[in-house]
Design a binder for this molecule. Structure first.
Ligand SMILES: [Zn+2]
Ligand SMILES: [Zn+2]
Length: 258
């Protein structure tokens, strides 16, 4: 449990420890959404960096908080003012979300946000953006949330549409290759919890109760492979590491047969 300078428990710092790789973080200040980032690491404990130790100004935030998350960070070119949306937010209350009953955000370091809230606000923010980095980050989050809610035929239809689109185009965001969320989820669903390389069941279930497998591009995107249903496979974490470490042509052949 983290405490602030007055020795009080600072709500929100603990939430930091729940941040995992590929989670999205929405940055706001004075009721304006300013930036969005994607975690590229899990939360880890870190001590204050030397650059900050050497500054004359005490770095208030770092004194209170010893957790760190690495992120890909995209600033919105036009921040979203949330004031006009307080009424909508207060009419759509969610227990485990950042907004209070009156629609104003909690004054916490980091809080959860409900899917309905984030979809609404990002939909508003998307219309204001002109930079492709901001638009693509917002669209990725929206389709990620949408993909989570879909199964069966609805999911397959979206995955096939994305697969067709991606057969002729490369999706790259801030130097990081991104899986289309519909394709990733469909790839895992059609594996029925079985690793497509070693044939073993997924080693554990994720927080949604789904067998944990990872989506892998048989021909890596960095080598010109496409983000399509034909080029993706579902692997257990062990085999996924193996594919990236050994890069064994025999393994690749097995995956291409499946
Ligand atoms: Zn495996
Ligand atoms: Zn991979």
């Amino acid at each position: 449990m983290q405490r602030n300078v007055n020795g009080d428990h600072a709500p929100g710092y603990d939430t930091m420890t729940e941040v995992h790789r590929d989670d999205f973080i929405i940055h706001h200040a004075h009721s304006r959404i300013l930036a969005i980032s994607m975690a590229v690491s899990n939360c880890y404990e870190a001590s204050k960096p030397h650059v900050l130790l050497n500054l004359d100004q005490p770095s208030l935030f770092w004194d209170n908080c010893h957790f760190c998350v690495d992120t890909d960070y995209v600033e919105l070119d036009t921040p979203l003012d949330m004031h006009p949306h307080w009424k909508w937010l207060s009419n759509h209350p969610h227990k485990n979300s950042v907004f209070l009953k009156d629609g104003t955000p909690k004054q916490q370091y980091l809080c959860h946000i409900a899917d309905e809230h984030i979809c609404y606000l990002l939909g508003q923010a998307l219309r204001l953006q002109s930079s492709s980095a901001a638009k693509s980050m917002i669209q990725t989050i929206l389709s990620q949330i949408d993909a989570q809610s879909l199964t069966g035929k609805a999911l397959l239809a979206k995955a096939e549409a994305a697969s067709k689109r991606n057969a002729t185009q490369h999706r790259v965001m801030t130097a990081r290759y991104i899986h289309d969320p519909y394709i990733a989820k469909e790839t895992k669903e059609r594996a029925h919890g079985i690793c497509q390389l070693c044939g073993a069941p997924a080693p554990f279930k994720d927080t949604n109760g789904q067998p944990y497998l990872e989506c892998h591009h048989v021909i890596w995107l960095s080598r010109g492979g496409k983000d399509t249903l034909e080029n993706t496979t579902a692997l257990c974490p062990n085999c996924h590491r193996r594919m990236h470490v050994l890069d064994d042509p025999k393994d690749i052949k097995i995956l291409q047969r499946t």
